[in-house]
Design a protein around this ligand. Sequence first.
Ligand SMILES: C[S@@+](CC[C@H](N)C(=O)[O-])C[C@H]1O[C@@H](n2cnc3c(N)ncnc32)[C@H](O)[C@@H]1O
Length: 220
Amino acid sequence: MSDQEGTIPQQDGLEADYVAALSRPSVVQAYAGWEELSAAERFCFERFLRPEFSVLDLGCGAGRFLAATGSNWRAYVGIDNSEAMTGAARARFPNADFRQGDMFRLEVTRHSYDAVLMLRNVIDMLHPLERRSAALSLAREALSERGILVCSSHLARRGQPAGYVQEDYHGAIVSTYRSAISEWCAELERAGFDVVMVLRDVRETGDADWAYAVAQPNVV
Ligand SMILES: C[S@@+](CC[C@H](N)C(=O)[O-])C[C@H]1O[C@@H](n2cnc3c(N)ncnc32)[C@H](O)[C@@H]1O
């Protein structure tokens, strides 16, 4: 499964700028040193993931998920658009399956993963907006019937409309999508998921909280 017909828009300049900002050596180095989970992530993983799962980590960065949880998953595939990030991930875990490229252009086997992850707001850096819903569709297609999606998104400040907001990201200005928890849940439902749980990840730094959602493909 990949966007062979070219129906999903290519990334625009804002997404390319974001990936470039992330790919700077100082940022990659920081990511390569991170192995902590937030309390929200830990709860999601302990409650919903099992070692016998096959895991697809979309926007895997420098391999934080494996660093934090160990490599004992039945199967693991990490995909990331940044060559620098996948390079750092491979250096950390030489035996793991990391693939570099746009998640929509790489081949992903349909209905074969027990868990799909988009951790730390991967989805919020996709531009244009259509790529956001396409990412949720991709996750749904990749998941087995009772598979689990764990995905976070930035929360808008109370009363602020959903949309892209400019923010400082390790010294670069990037454009990040934010919405209310209710809108995040509605978005997941529109993409064909039942929302199982949502946790507010209260951030001590930065100007927005995040919401971690656990969701399953709805079975009609
Ligand atoms: C904020 S980082 C999070 C990294 C990792 N998930 C973690 O929790 O540490 C977002 C990652 O998504 C990747 N990314 C952005 N757009 C992507 C795309 N279209 N396809 C694959 N990866 C993408 C970026 O290169 C970056 O490494």
